[in-house]
Design a protein around this ligand. Structure first.
Ligand code: PTJ
Length: 252
């Protein structure tokens, strides 16, 4: 369906259309559509913009990516559908590897998502041939590559499920989550949680790479002083204040 460009919710509606199309192609799962709806609801509570707490987490996350020995960006169906080019740009800027890792895994779907990333311009995408298993996960999501997620020291996990985030942390990895829900298990488990919409967060992070690339002292300062729990508490307070301000507006 063609969404009129002047519709006040154009961006949101056209994103839904794209996700629905890619669900028909088997890149996004039906439950991925539900996950997107949950994300949209949380984004309303942020005023659909990047809040200062998210920007701070993004800077810390970029610092970790630049410090990493083997940084990997994990891509699932939703992320491939929402921002493939943006993920590729970030992976080239850092540089970091891209690995497709799916919750609803079939080899056919892995192939589709990898191909989707390749068509968007990715040079090399890991995930077709998993040769390792992450301990502590009962789902197929445990399957990954030794070259990528298994040996990664820093993993960026946009739109993650809680089990894998916890398992990656238990393996001693630095986990950088992008999740609009500050109350999710992923948000609580991650080393750094970016409470921001993924299509805003990833380009914002790419812009930050240049400023931090030649500043190892700043990177160390950012990573060592960051407290994820405290940042999440401040995010929740921000959301509460925002909701109250909207309620007050209605009274006026
Ligand atoms: O493609 P697959 O098979 O790997 O499946 C991907 C999904 C997303 C379905 C799977 O990972 C899943 O079920 O995830 P969850 O447990 O629903 O978690 C997704 C989290 O991402 C939720 O907390 C949502 O609020 C959040 N979220 C949804 N859309 C966005 C988002 N966060 C940032 N940006 C979004 N656009």
């Amino acid at each position: 369906m063609e969404i009129p460009k002047d519709h006040p919710r154009y961006k949101s509606l056209s994103t839904r259309e794209r996700l629905a199309e890619l669900a028909k192609d088997g890149i996004v799962t039906i439950t991925g559509l539900i996950a997107h709806g949950r994300g949209e609801a949380f984004d309303y509570l942020l005023g659909e913009r990047t809040i200062p707490q998210a920007r701070e987490a993004e800077r810390v996350a970029v610092s970790y990516l630049l410090e990493a020995r083997n940084p990997v960006i994990s891509v699932n169906g939703n992320v491939a559908a929402l921002c493939p080019e943006e993920v590729i740009r970030l992976s080239e800027a850092v540089p970091a590897k891209i690995e497709v890792n799916l919750f609803h895994r079939t080899s056919e779907r892995i192939e589709k998502v990898v191909r989707h990333m390749e068509r968007a311009g990715a040079g090399r995408v890991l995930g077709r041939n998993p040769d390792s298993i992450l301990p502590g996960i009962s789902s197929d999501r445990a399957m990954c590559t030794r070259e990528g997620i298994y040996t990664a020291d820093v993993v960026l996990v946009p739109l993650e499920d809680g089990d894998r985030a916890e398992a990656l942390v238990a393996m001693g990895k630095v986990v950088l989550a992008v999740d609009l829900n500050p109350l999710s298990r992923t948000s609580k488990a991650a080393t750094v949680t970016i409470v921001d919409e993924v299509t805003r967060a990833i380009p914002e992070m790419t812009l930050m790479v240049d400023g931090l690339r030649d500043d190892p002292e700043k990177r160390k300062e950012l990573t060592s002083s960051f407290d994820n729990k405290e940042n999440l508490r401040r995010t929740i307070r921000h959301i509460c204040r925002y909701i109250e301000s909207q309620g007050d507006k209605d009274k006026e």
